[in-house]
Ligand binder design. Structure first.
Ligand code: ATR
Length: 480
């Protein structure tokens, strides 16, 4: 290691689901590099991105990866730029040095490595589908890989024409409605459009006329197998998805920052697939704090960083609503609190205020239902490949629920701030407030039991910075 301590990030928006932190952590562990790499959400445009870069420079970050929508901004903020970034006009890797910024673009290298890994036998003609942000790096890589003719097809023909005027290596522009008619001419077809991605329609194409040696590639990795790749595989064609591109584009960044050139090994690829396929449980994070501490605000800050979130109060709302699983058992206990087929929270709370002895009976019914709802949500987070799941549980300590969590985050604020916040809520009275506080563990005790404490009586920026700090530490400790 040539420098004190590595500090990196992936900047973009949204950025929470990026696998870059996983790749970076894998290599750091492998090569014994101390430091951290975090999610750096950056909403907004060029001005916000410039501001972020200035802050990261001041905080002595080593460098960052940059993703949508800031690749152009990353290019613009740089003091020096690599030739390959210049050729593309956008950057995805920044290196901070002597108060300056160097920009590189490693997407071409990422796709180049992916293509070379499948060892194409014939390189006479390739077809690039799509002319969006990802297409230029792909066609440059195909050119470097030795494909003699590279054709392009895009729904909006004009965009393909724009690329043809910029990149000499492009041969023909094929009409979007016709690209499937001449598949037998191609040795490789690559999809760079968003078609086939989770939540998008598939790319409609019939591969039955494709030659047996044709390679079909997709730069998408969510899902790992798009309908296009599934069809190609069923047809017996060689395929590859976008995961190798993702891992390989990270190589030069790690090398810039640490001086070590890491390898994309089969075990790394398997690890990334395991994550995407939901085989790795997310880090279980409990978020708690007394009434009025700002748990929901803090939960939203975790969500912005990519955490899957679940909220016990929301779960109770769902359970009490018409058709909710708690309505029938609660109706059996306290028929007077049911209204229009739902548990009326107002009536229930009035009932409990008058009959505090009824709490245990209610909890015996509701707690197992809430726990089941939480388990379903955790499972969903895992299947989505989430790195973490933050569960907002107001009475975590009081109900002894902290055991299954790897990290417990307590949200706190000055007592006076908190009282004021709560008393302005509709329907809140001093009496009700006192009754709620009486059921909660004293603040000092909660803080003593916390793994991480977040203060909410600061500015929103300061609170967000505390959340970000805690999140980075939690993921470094448990997620990678
Ligand atoms: P960028 O990557 O620059 O953000 P994009 O708008 O996300 O670009 O689009 C990526 C590619 O997917 C483009 O080639 C786009 O085609 P257009 O240039 O015609 O917009 C393509 N694409 C997205 N949805 C599509 C669809 N339903 N049918 C065909 N192509 C589509």
């Amino acid at each position: 290691m040539t420098q004190a301590r590595f500090r990196g990030a992936i900047a973009g928006w949204p950025v929470g689901h990026s696998l870059s932190p996983v790749v970076n952590a894998w290599w750091r562990r492998k090569h014994g590099v101390a430091g951290s790499y975090e999610h750096m959400p950056c909403e907004g445009g060029e001005a916000e991105f410039r501001q972020l870069v200035e802050r990261l420079k001041a905080e002595e970050f080593t460098g960052i990866n940059v993703t949508i929508p800031h690749k152009e901004n990353a290019f613009k903020v740089a003091d020096t730029v690599s030739d390959r970034a210049k050729a593309l006009g956008v950057a995805n890797t920044l290196v901070f040095y002597d108060g300056k910024v160097h920009a590189d673009n490693t997407d071409e290298e990422g796709f180049y490595a992916s293509v070379m890994a499948v060892r194409p036998e014939r390189k006479s003609r390739a077809l690039v589908l799509g002319a969006g942000g990802a297409a230029p790096a792909v066609l440059m890589a195909l050119h470097r890989a030795g494909f003699e003719n590279i054709d392009i097809s895009n729904r909006t023909r004009q965009k393909a024409e724009g690329l043809k005027s910029r990149f000499e290596c492009l041969s023909e522009i094929v009409d979007w409605s016709k690209f499937a008619d001449n598949l037998s001419a191609y040795d490789l077809v690559v999809n760079t459009t968003s078609l086939g991605m989770h939540g998008q329609p598939p790319l409609e194409v019939d591969l039955s006329a494709a030659p047996d040696h044709m390679i079909v590639a997709d730069i998408i990795y969510t899902p790992l197998e798009t309908p296009l790749l599934a069809q190609a595989r069923a047809r017996g064609l060689k395929t590859f998805n976008g995961l190798a591109m993702l891992a390989n584009q990270a190589v030069p960044g790690f090398e810039h920052w640490t001086g070590i050139r890491p390898a994309v090994t089969p075990d790394l690829m398997e690890h990334l697939e395991d994550r995407l396929l939901g085989r790795i449980p997310p880090v279980a994070i409990a978020l708690t704090g007394s009434i009025g501490m700002g748990k929901s605000t803090v939960a939203a800050m975790f969500a912005r960083l990519g955490a899957h979130t679940w909220d016990a109060d929301d779960a109770v709302h769902r359970l009490y609503a018409e058709g909710g699983a708690a309505v029938e058992p609660v109706a059996e206990l306290f028929p007077d609190v049911i209204q229009s087929g739902a548990v009326s929270r107002e009536k229930l709370s009035a009932h409990l205020l008058a009959n505090p002895g009824d709490f245990p009976a209610l909890e015996a019914v509701v707690h197992p239902l809430v726990a089941a709802d939480r388990a379903v949500s955790f499972d969903k987070a895992q299947r989505a490949g989430a790195l973490s799941c933050v569960m907002d549980i107001p009475l975590l300590f009081e109900k002894h629920l902290e055991k299954p969590f790897q990290a417990v985050v307590v949200v706190t604020a000055d007592e006076e701030v908190r009282r004021k916040r709560v008393l302005v809520r509709p329907g809140m009275t001093e009496e009700k407030y006192r009754s709620i506080v009486a059921r909660q563990m004293p603040e000092g005790e909660k803080i003593a039991r916390a793994d991480y404490v977040i203060r909410t009586d600061l500015s929103l920026e300061e609170t967000a910075a505390e959340v970000s700090d805690a999140y980075r530490q939690i993921l470094e400790k448990y997620a990678y």
